[in-house]
Design a protein around this ligand. Sequence first.
Ligand code: SF4
Length: 322
Amino acid sequence: MDGTAVTSPNKPPLDLLIAAPRGFCAGVDRAIRIVELSIEKYGAPVYVRHEIVHNRHVVDALRAKGAIFVEELDDVPDGVPVVFSAHGVPKAVPHKAAERGLDYIDATCPLVSKVHRQAERHVVAGRHILFIGHRGHPEVVGTLGQVPPGTMTLIETNEDAEALVPTDPDNLAFLTQTTLSVDDTAQVVATLKRRFPSIQGPRGEDICYATSNRQTAVKDIAEACDAMLVIGAPNSSNSVRLVEVALRAGIRAQLIESADNLDLAWLEGVRTLGISAGASAPELLVRELVGRLGEHFTVTEREMSGIVETMVFKLPRALEAA
Ligand code: SF4
């Protein structure tokens, strides 16, 4: 797509650098497919606890196919199937579903499930876990809910890591949310390792390949851009982190949900605009944005070359043949 230009003598020029990789990750692809296959297998409606992924466009499309989104299991009537979102759920949720005899399908991203299993192992080994993440995010709620109360402490900032006074400083482990800022997390992990040299944990952190690759892609093009637009939802952690990465590179950056939120005044003086999309934002939204920009500018579009992602996650066995 190098150098595609929609020319018009009346429109100001605008160079677009499109970050790569961007948009859907393997965990989001899988979660959406799980809802679609569940509707095929069980028939509509299929209930989904929490937005399957944090994107209104995706949620609306699945709703149109027969998904009903609710926040709590109590909102799911008896006798209907329920899907748990990609962010993961506390252990109490599948337990309660089983008690009620509900058919449930877990769309938790396998990379989040991996962190859950690590948490369990640390608890079995008698370690207290320091979990680096953002309070209230569904993934954090889900991970905290994997272990008994009192065995995991949430660390949100480097200041938290500095201030922590653990009961047993020689018996600690750390884990991280999958969608954090790579740079911020490295700082927190370094602080924990300096203060508690025997702390156990993953080699780097648990930030997933998709989060990390999208941040690198934004960093790579930020230098050449005057501003950056990131397509994603305000409650999408990895999307918000992409905006932060661009801001830290010293350029203006804005999160928008779709082309409908485009603010032309904000683009004043911008000659080169970077575009990226969070892991839950469909490519269609990027194309719509480029199209909308083309209505106001003579756009030259350059798709950057970046890491090629080949990750694919298996579907739950119950849906493989659906
Ligand atoms: Fe999984 Fe990462 Fe995608 Fe979240 S962003 S669904 S952890 S691959």
